[in-house]
Design a protein around this ligand. Sequence first.
Ligand code: FRU
Length: 473
Amino acid sequence: MIPGALSLAGGPALAGTADSERDRLLAKAEASVAAATSRATEDPTRPIFHFLPPAYWMNDPNGPIFFGGYYHMFYQFNPYGDDWGNMHWGHARSKDLAHWERLPIALWPSKEKGEEHCFSGSAAIDSDGRLRLFYTSIGARAPEQWMAVSTDADALGFEKFAANPVLKLSDHQGAEIDEWRDPFIFRENNVWYLVAGGHQKGRKGCIELYSSADLTTWKYLGIPIEGKEANWECPNLFRLGDRWVLVYSPHGPVRFMSGKLDLAAVKFTPEREGTVDPGHYYAPNGLETKDGRRIMWGWVNGFKPGRGWNGCLTLPRVLSLGGAGELIQLPAPELASLRGERIAIAPRPLAEGKTALAELKGNAIELELSINLETAASAGIELEGGARIAFDGRSLEVAGVKVDTPPSKAISLHVFIDRSVLEVYAASGAVCVTRVIAAPKPDSPVRAFAAGGSARISSGAAWPIAPIFEPGR
Ligand code: FRU
């Protein structure tokens, strides 16, 4: 039993009888991960400054939250292999959103209760100052929303609520919800709200809304919005300025809607919508920082199997809305603490063809580059391994994925190359693309190119970026 588990008087009743089974299952999972860590961390294609587990498979970020002086990140984690399965919640924490410290696995499938997977969800801090995790419990029965509560002041250990589920399919006043999962919690006007994903039988993807005074007893309120896609996963619903933003994952490119939310009328009215990131990006989840910023991470997927690890998160992105309700995403400024010595990229003409940026070598680097097309039809950069970022005055192509950009001769790119992950920001954060690429070698050159004429690098700077976890972890 985790110390402190006995001192929960006044809190929700926890499933104390299962403690020894919990400890046995967690110890087995941790041992499996420990045995796989050196192979995973030695793989030269594994990112070093994108968040990932010590080994094996991860998918969605779960329950990011600021608690007890740390940013906590949980994630869908298979401690037994580098493919999807055995969903646990991995756990790590950070003081600064840049450097991360590994923590014990937080949630495990309670086999003795018929639970097979702990699916995605979110976290909230209760009135007793405990961290509560909400997630979808998957077993032979229909999906249910379950709760777990921290058993110590640092939220290093969790115990499941004795009276789970906190929500079940039959709570929907007759509405039949399929693929019901991924609870997301928020607080508004001193009331707790929860939205989950899914769709009504025979209808389209939607979110369902619930409310609670105490985080334990939940009431179904209705469906604030239904979409066009067949099903919605992993909803996030939060305020940005005077608007509300709904982010959802419809088994395809992740979408956002910005607009108005009327909680009393259970109605979300979108005013603007778009794609969050058209690349290797899915199931994002976010938190509010202590100074009130909204930060979101997505799951980077699409890696080659068989490397002892698979999956990571994007960099933390600060969200805001543009004047027309468009979503703006910029890398969190805290990431600058990972930079090594600045490398100046001298302005230079780019003749038709390739030009090596001789001062810039590496495979874990941040690069800011402003390019002017001048007479060229397109210009950009090319990494060893073939990944290209190409701009043509109307669009940007990032390793094969094309996005529209505001028409202009010039573009400023903010590029993060992290071995097999390429993350590109452009158009002041209106464009963000994440791609899994063939990892360049450690001393690889970066080349600029121009096609159909000559172009120019008008300014640039780069930095080597340090690992975000302790070596070998
Ligand atoms: C999204 C998702 C979620 C689910 C989780 C399971 O990637 O399918 O809907 O909770 O992954 O790992």
